[in-house]
Design a protein. Structure first.
Length: 113
C-alpha cells in the first residue's frame, strides 16, 4: 500500500501564491507519473498538472503559466507551486500516482477576492 500525504493548502487572496506538497511512501520514480488534480464543489475532479518519470510535464489550460509542478526525488515528494491564484482555483487538491488507485486525502485551497 502506498501513502500519499498532501500539505500546504490554505486560504489566500487573489493574486497570492501557495505551494502544495505531496510526500509519497514509495519512490516516486517507480510510478509512470505523479499528478495533481482538483475538485471544486459540484464539479468533477480534473487534472491540474502531472510530471512523468522522465521529468516531462503537462498542465491543464486554466493553470498554464501560473502553476508549476516539480519534484524532489530524494525526498519522494512532488510539489505544486501555484502563483497568481484566482477564485476559480478554489478546490480540494489531490495528489495521485497516475494510472494507479493511489490518491492522497486532499488539501483545501481557497482563494478569496
Amino acid at each position: 500500500q502506498v501513502q500519499l500525504v498532501e500539505s500546504g493548502g490554505g486560504s489566500v487572496q487573489v493574486g497570492g501564491s501557495l505551494r502544495l506538497s505531496c510526500a509519497a511512501s514509495r519512490a516516486i520514480l517507480s510510478f509512470s507519473a505523479m499528478g495533481w488534480y482538483r475538485q471544486a464543489p459540484g464539479k468533477e475532479r480534473d487534472m491540474v498538472a502531472l510530471i512523468r518519470s522522465d521529468g516531462t510535464t503537462n498542465y491543464a489550460d486554466p493553470v498554464k503559466g501560473r502553476f508549476t509542478i516539480f519534484r524532489d526525488v530524494a525526498k519522494n515528494t512532488v510539489y505544486l507551486q501555484m502563483n497568481s491564484l484566482e477564485p476559480e482555483d478554489t478546490a480540494v487538491y489531490y495528489c495521485t500516482a497516475v494510472y494507479t488507485s493511489y490518491w492522497g486525502q486532499g488539501t483545501q485551497v481557497t482563494v478569496s477576492s
